[in-house]
Design a protein around this ligand. Structure first.
Ligand code: AMP
Length: 190
């Protein structure tokens, strides 16, 4: 199973990805986690990404495409993977298509978590207060910036994957259990 979880920051992609990982025994590949690890380790990529991430902007496409194409080459991805936070631009989606095609494989499904912006902003503000900004990019201002970036650069992927027939949409505003059940319903098709 090779799938993408699509949705804005705060939509619950990470929570659902972990659950699907446990259920299906496939890996969650989060470019956000990989970039944070690179920042923590002080690698060349980490140094490049650090300030961009703190501002809530996107790191360059070639950086994340490179990370993902190297990662999915690894033997532990042979059974499949869930992409969480990648692709985030149409250029990344096109690059992913090329990488997968070169390997003779393709995507099975793209699950979009749909959310209401107003509610999301409330959630984002609550999360920023509760975590006290545990992540460098977890303050209300940066999170709102990330939401703007999502609408400008990532939301066009909804149409991109609609055109390919891979897109399934799930109400991301429901409870974690309800979202999980709706995702399981989609996955039951496969
Ligand atoms: P996330 O944990 O997915 O919310 O990602 C945190 C931050 O990492 C984002 O705000 C971006 O700065 C960066 N990032 C993660 N994934 C990508 C991606 N696919 N393309 C560009 N930047 C990314």
């Amino acid at each position: 199973m090779r799938m993408i979880l699509l949705g804005p920051p705060g939509a619950g992609k990470g929570t659902q990805a972990v659950r699907i990982t446990d259920k299906l025994g496939i890996l969650q590949l989060s470019t956000g986690d990989m970039l944070r690890a690179a920042v923590a380790a002080g690698t060349e990529i980490g140094l490049k990404a650090k300030d961009i991430m703190a501002r809530g902007e996107l790191v360059p496409d070639d950086v994340v495409v490179g990370i993902i194409s190297d990662r999915i080459e690894q033997p532990d991805c042979a059974r499949g993977f869930i992409l969480d936070g990648f692709p985030r631009t149409v250029a990344q989606a096109e690059a992913l298509d090329r990488v997968l095609k070169a390997k003779g494989i393709g995507l099975d499904v793209v699950i979009e978590l749909t959310v209401d912006d107003g509610i999301l902003i409330q959630r984002i503000e609550t999360r920023a207060r509760e975590t006290g900004g545990a992540r460098a990019d977890d303050n209300a201002e940066t999170l709102k910036k990330r939401l703007d970036v999502y609408h400008a650069q990532t939301a066009p992927l909804v149409d991109y994957y609609k055109t390919t027939g891979l897109l399934r949409s799930v109400d991301g505003m429901a409870s974690i259990e309800e979202v999980a059940a709706a995702i399981d319903g989609v996955l039951a098709e496969f």
